[in-house]
Design a protein around this ligand. Sequence first.
Ligand code: AMP
Ligand code: MG
Length: 416
Amino acid sequence: MGYNPAALTMLSVTEARSRILSHFQATAEETIPLIECARRVLSGDISAAHDLPLFDNSSMDGFAIRAIDSRSAAASRLTLSVVADIAAGSAPTVTLTTGQAARIMTGAQLPKGADAVIPVEDTDFNDRSANTIAPQTVSFTRIVKAGENVRRRGMDLRSGEVVLQKGRRLKPQDLGLLAMLGVGHVQIHKKPRVALLSSGDELLDVDSPLTAGKIHDSNSYALAALIQNTGADVLRLGVAKDSRKSVEGLLQKAVDNHVDLIVSSAGVSVGAFDFVKEVIESNGKLDFWRVNMRPGKPLAFGEYRGTPFFGLPGNPVSALVGFEVFVRPALERLSGQSDGISPTVKVRCAEEIESDGRESYLRAKIRIEDGIASATLTGHQGSGNLLSLVQADALLIIPAGVKCVPVGQEVDAILL
Ligand code: AMP
Ligand code: MG
């Protein structure tokens, strides 16, 4: 499919994105040790193999008692005999009967017969220093309710309950919960692997001194970081020269490495030296879409020898906005998440904003005053002005069809 501007219909961002996403599905599963699971995505639901807590236990250092015994304690001091000393990790063997108590530590299992714990500070034995021996008796002067300071078996969750759902990106606290439930190995989706290349004869790597007419390749640094932040692995292929042979060489490396996705920047416009387009088309398929957005020239999406391919614009801001809007959701889908579209918040425009009617992603600084987030643009919105993206806290989304946003109006924003 060649580039024929006349034949292109204008697609909305939403339409372009859903067309793209229809080409992606989650990577295969693998089982890995729990310690390696932070930020990985579950490939199936996880249900609890046992109740949490697994046994009734004390939430305080104190004395396990029968709550009913404490009824008389409000009228006169009650003294109970201490028949056991239960440390965390031990299994109590006693059964409390009327008039009896057991010293108990936080987290220790409640003995049979006990249904409440009175904290040490409410008794005549307020000594928690290490190695103290339990007293013979303990006394106190208040009524204790059944269940007081007891964490009952199953009060947090029941055996069989689904605790974490398929598609969840695991957070540190999730790892803790899985450990509580004895899940030492977890089935997750494989990390997506992404090949990244830049293209253009003007590009030199950051370590090469600039000569006349050259610039440093900056896209591959920013894009590599964005890809890695989604939890994917990056294979940096470097810079393709503006020649068929060079482009083909790098794309072949991507294919040989069996990556899940190829992301390229530049070389897909209509310039006389844009070979990426030509090479992809002769070994796969490339669609050019005129997306009703700014920044973002026609977006190229297709496949090279069976591997999905994104051709992002070359201009640094366009490349990064294109990533945010199209590549990130695709990577999230590959990772096993159903919805990877960046969440938005509402912010108030602190200045009048003009737009050209395309869905616009504008770089803005957010200031919070009296609890209200207000946005100011970070300078000129040219698609080569990367500094303005560096200074931005957010991308304001001005909807398609809107030409002017007055001061004080709320718009959606993606926080960066
Ligand atoms: P192109 O899409 O090749 O027409 O490039 C559009 C603009 O983006 C040109 O000004 C290029 O020099 C610039 N550009 C392309 N690739 C990169 C890159 N990797 N890093 C920085 N600027 C780039
Ligand atoms: Mg170029």
